[in-house]
Design a protein around this ligand. Structure first.
Ligand code: SAM
Length: 277
């Protein structure tokens, strides 16, 4: 006898409890993905039985989820700032904390000027594409030192009809920007320390997107020194680990003593800051 939707979900959730903080949600998202349904439709279909083929496909996905593959890599999709982004293991899965970074820039930076924004370490293109969508008058330069990530970002831009606004460039930090004038710099660079890299929730994601060196701030410090040498920009927004709050705030204060520093927080955790000079 084939299982009902309700039974499938209960059993699948139990199989992923050791790897997930939200096992029931994971099971629902994956079953909805297999069936091509909205997740809410599952709630009304508890006693329905699905095809053997769909059941088998769902079983395979749950097995991969139980082995640690994130849901977004299994569905190939992640929502970010209202955009549906394609994701795969070459890019970091965009996080809610990074939406706060985008929001902070939208709040700090005027809406009525045709500004140039550099998104450093663009990954899936999440930040550049969210800003491009919200501010059609901005031109974006998005850099990454992963060619594979840039390929994913460019295809996201294409699919979302934002290619004309975003120039994707290969290279480290601000090097691909060179001497071009930029108004805003926004960066979510790798910021984890070696002891944080073993966490099972991030093990499937690319090390190039996570590894921030001995104290997690290696790339961020290099960016700061490049930024400190430039006269053009007015806003700089950086995402950091909550544990880097005092080190990075002290460093930013030393570099830009007269600038306005705006903390980025979700009300519980600090996630970085915007410098306005
Ligand atoms: C934490 S991920 C962030 C991705 C995306 N911005 C987001 O918020 O979802 C960091 C990204 O920076 C890239 N990266 C690492 N080192 C870099 C460097 N020196 N210059 C430019 N990009 C770098 C990685 O390849 C990765 O795509």
């Amino acid at each position: 006898m084939r299982q009902t939707v309700s039974q499938l979900l209960t059993r699948a959730a139990a199989r992923v409890t050791t790897v997930s903080d939200s096992p029931r949600l994971d099971a629902e998202v994956l079953l909805a993905f297999v069936l091509g349904w909205e997740r809410t439709r599952l709630l009304a279909a508890g006693s329905t039985r699905i095809s053997r083929r769909a059941e088998a496909k769902f079983g395979q996905l749950i097995q991969r989820r139980a082995a640690g593959t994130p849901v977004a890599y299994l569905t190939g999709n992640k929502e970010f700032f209202g955009l549906s982004l394609t994701v795969n293991p070459t890019v970091l899965i965009p996080r809610p904390a990074t939406e706060l970074l985008v929001e902070a820039v939208l709040t700090a930076v005027p809406n009525d000027q045709p500004l140039v924004v550099a998104d450093i370490g663009t990954g899936s293109g999440a930040i550049a594409l969210a800003l491009a969508k919200q501010r059609p008058q901005y031109r974006m330069i998005a850099t990454d030192r992963s060619l594979l990530a840039l390929r994913t970002a460019a295809s996201n831009a294409e699919r979302l009809g934002l290619s004309a606004q975003v120039d994707f460039r290969f290279g480290s930090l601000l090097q691909p920007v060179g001497g071009e004038t930029i108004d805003v710099i926004i960066a979510n660079l790798p910021y984890l320390q070696p002891n944080q890299l073993d966490d099972q929730t991030i093990r499937a994601e690319p090390a190039i997107a996570l590894d921030g060196g001995r104290d997690g701030l290696a790339w961020i410090r290099s960016l700061w020194s490049q930024v400190a040498d430039r006269r053009d920009w007015r806003w700089l927004a950086i995402e950091c680990d909550p544990g880097q709050r005092s080190t990075s705030t002290v460093a930013a204060r030393r570099l830009w003593p007269k600038a306005k520093l705006q903390a980025i927080s979700d009300g519980r955790w600090w996630h970085g800051f915007v410098v306005e000079r």
